[in-house]
Design a protein around this ligand. Structure first.
Ligand code: LAN
Length: 657
């Protein structure tokens, strides 16, 4: 057994090391959401931007491969049929050249017509259809640009929203306010006749603003949203032209700003597509439009099985931080010095070194000293990427020829402290700026928790861990602030623990992910292994171990917010559980041994661990593929397990905390 563990770790490390790229980073394919490719294709069609032939055929291949047996497309590539994505993917297939009678298109259309037609698509789908001239603007609710002119004190000012919602509804407000629409052409007329069950001219679109297919109604319209929509529709009838013009200028200024500070990559693929359209309609053929489409190339992921868009410009900072920490846990600092030195170099080069100009005017939190999920080009740091970046650079200190200046670390510490919420927890990109009631105005129908920032156990745990490392690096310097922050962070994590001992994860599936962070966060904060919180968490994991020795959860756990076991187990979820147990002092138990055996058995020789169900999630409903998780988490988990069991001389040296 122990030999097996050692061999598995060695092979796992070798596999991991072989995947480091020339920049010293790890990065992985980051697909899953099924609205990205069709939104991109729609934008290219609307703006008449040529898609290279190879990319076109690759995208068709990708859409076909994501099609469910019933003909539909899910919200993510493992999900059941969703009207929003099925309609947009259908339109994309047609734009990409598939004929009306193409087998996948015909099957998709059948599903669309049988399940409520395009009238049942969730709001982002209808919005894209409006710009494509496949639904009139009277068929969708307003996205009022004048909200951007409100004083920030207004409790529903867009600046208070979660930055992803803010940055998506911003270009939507511009496009809505100008009723941007591509001209009718033969393809538009043909598709109009294919996605509805009646002739286009006979559909009373205004009556269908709230029509939504049951499969797209994951986040039903609330009475408050209904009221807000009514007010917005009334306002549309009465609004002043002069004020509209000012609001559009204000919105356009924010669009331009986001483009300029991110080099046209933008915070994510959705606002990147929509911002490109804003430039197209404002000034067709302009330089900004050209650069926007170039910026979108950052998201394109070309794979043998198809061409798709990644959910972010890259996963490099996140993956590199974890890969390096896993290697360090497995081999110690001397094991793969050059590999770790290059990883450190990458992370150091990608720390954000300054703030954007006029940040507060643009509703931006500070960035200096932070790390974003992808790389420095994206320029939007998150609390936990900063924490993981910081922890890793610090752990690898001394690897690079030159010293990391203290000020780089200090900036990171300052930024992490500045991100803390008043409830003691940490959110993603910013502090929570709006009331929880704003979630009642969520118009997306398919995403949860997109309106405001919330404190998350994952972000809180990562920040608490980083701050405690900071204390040891700069003794006495930030003690007061760090003590206070850690105490409040621990309080948040304790309150977030569920009665069964688990934590709900928001960015990974689901309770194994949350519980790993919860346990590590509380232990870092000084809660002892035998404290009731840790015992309960361990009890939760042990009780829910599958007979195969591992743990398995599906995305349904995120939707339903409760534990539903799944078999067979997955290597990634098993790793999270084992990492929690090992740090909780339970590596010597029979349960940990069975988990380690599961991981060893799952390893596919030198090839590493196989691809399994996607283990990442966002907004409770969308799965996303963190492809490198299977390469580093099992190594890390086995290293922690082995370190505690004295399996090998090298394993486990880096896992002290
Ligand atoms: C991400 C990717 C990284 C992720 C972690 C750092 C892992 C997490 O701990 C905090 C949240 C964060 C930054 C995150 C938030 C939501 C993102 C940006 C994504 C899951 C990648 C894509 C997703 C984005 C919202 C997709 C576009 C869809 C919308 C509903 C706007």
């Amino acid at each position: 057994m122990s030999n097996n563990v050692k061999t598995a770790i060695d092979r796992g490390v070798a596999n991991l090391v072989s995947r480091q790229d020339a920049e010293g980073a790890w990065r992985g394919e980051y697909g899953g959401p099924m609205f990205l490719v069709p939104m991109y294709v729609a934008a290219c069609c609307i703006a008449d931007a040529k898609i290279p032939e190879a990319r076109k055929t690759g995208m068709v291949r990708y859409l076909r491969s994501a099609q469910n047996p019933d003909g539909s497309i899910g919200l993510h590539s493992e999900g059941p049929g969703c009207m929003f994505t099925s309609v947009l993917c259908y339109v994309a297939l047609r734009i990409l050249g598939a004929g009306r009678d193409d087998a996948s298109a015909a099957k998709m259309r059948r599903w669309i017509l049988d399940n409520g037609t395009a009238l049942g698509a969730a709001s982002w789908g209808k919005f894209m259809l409006a710009v494509l001239n496949l639904i009139p603007y009277e068929g969708i609710h307003p996205v009022t640009p004048e909200l951007w002119l409100l004083p920030y004190a207004a409790p529903f000012h867009p600046g208070r929203l979660w930055c992803h919602a803010r940055q998506v509804y911003l270009p939507m407000a511009y496009l809505y306010g100008t009723r941007a629409q591509m001209p009718k052409n033969d393809l538009v007329l043909a598709i109009r006749a294919e996605i509805y069950d009646r002739p286009y001219e006979q559909i009373p679109f205004a009556e269908h603003r709230d029509t939504v297919a049951p499969c797209d109604n994951l986040q039903p319209v609330t009475p408050l949203l209904r009221l807000a929509n009514r007010v917005a529709n009334l306002y549309e009838r009465l609004h002043s032209r002069a004020l509209r013009a000012r609001a559009l200028e204000e919105a356009f200024g924010h669009v331009e700003f986001e483009d300029s500070v991110t080099g046209y990559i933008d915070i994510g693929p959705v606002n990147s597509v929509l911002n490109a359209l804003v430039h197209h309609f404002r000034n067709p053929g302009c330089e900004a439009e050209r650069r926007s489409f170039e910026g979108l190339d950052a998201y394109i992921c070309d794979r043998p099985d198809g061409v798709m868009l990644n959910g972010y410009n890259s996963t490099a900072v996140w993956d590199t931080a974890f890969a390096a920490q896993a290697i360090l846990a497995a081999c110690g600092a001397d094991g793969h010095r050059d590999v770790l030195a290059r990883a450190q170099g990458f992370l150091r080069d990608n720390q954000i070194r300054g703030d954007v100009p006029e940040g507060p005017r643009r509703y931006r939190h500070a960035q200096k000293g932070g790390w974003s999920f992808g790389n420095r080009d994206n320029g939007w740091p998150t609390s936990d990427c900063t924490a993981e970046g910081f922890k890793t650079v610090l752990a690898l200190e001394g690897m690079a020829a030159d010293r990391t200046p203290d000020s780089n670390f200090e900036d990171a510490i300052g930024l992490i402290l500045s991100f803390q919420n008043s409830d003691g927890g940490w959110a993603t990109y910013e502090k929570t700026r709006g009331g929880r009631w704003l979630e009642l105005l969520n118009p997306s129908q398919v995403f949860s928790n997109i309106m405001i920032e919330h404190s998350y156990v994952e972000c809180t745990s990562a920040c608490v861990q980083a701050l405690l490392k900071a204390r040891t690096r700069f003794p006495g310097r930030f003690d007061r602030e760090i003590d206070r922050a850690v105490r409040a962070g621990a309080g948040f994590m304790k309150r977030a623990q569920r009665a069964d001992g688990s934590w709900e994860g928001s960015w990974g599936v689901c309770f194994t992910y949350g519980t790993w962070f919860g346990v590590w966060g509380l232990l870092a904060a000084g809660i002892p292994q035998n404290a009731p919180e840790i015992r309960r968490a361990a009890g939760f994991l042990m009780q829910n171990q599958n007979p195969d020795g591992g743990w398995g959860e599906s995305y349904v756990n995120c939707l339903k917010r409760r534990w539903i076991p799944r078999q067979p187990s997955t290597a990634v979820q098993t790793s999270w559980a084992l990492m929690a147990l090992a740090r909780a002092g339970l590596a010597g138990t029979a349960q940990a041994r069975r988990a380690a055996r599961f991981l060893v058995d799952r390893q596919d020789g030198k090839a590493g661990w196989p691809r399994e169900s996607m283990a990442g999630v966002f907004n409770r409903t969308v799965l996303i593929n963190y492809d490198n998780y299977r390469h580093y988490f099992p190594v890390w988990a086995l290293a922690l397990y082995a370190g505690r069991n004295g399996v090998s001389e090298t394993a486990g040296r880096g896992d002290d905390s």
